[in-house]
Design a protein around this ligand. Structure first.
Ligand code: SF4
Ligand code: SF4
Length: 57
């Protein structure tokens, strides 16, 4: 399962640090997850204080 960033990203950068495969980049517009790299571990979602990361629909 791939995860995606929805609303509420505060650009804190925590998910970028937590992702074990380097699938997340945090830029001006918010965090972005590369779906080709994401292995669906859920670590980013667990560590996002804003609950901005959710499983892809
Ligand atoms: S952890 Fe959450 S709030 Fe922080 S950069 Fe990632 S998506 Fe945004
Ligand atoms: S679910 Fe895991 S592999 Fe996918 S972006 Fe989040 S931390 Fe990275």
């Amino acid at each position: 399962m791939v995860y995606v960033v929805s609303q509420g990203c505060t650009l804190c950068g925590m998910c970028e640090t937590e992702c074990p495969v380097g699938a997340i980049r945090v830029g001006k517009g918010g965090a972005k997850i590369d779906p080709d790299k994401c292995i669906g571990c859920g670590s980013c979602a667990d560590n996002c204080a804003s609950e901005a990361i959710v499983p892809a629909p």
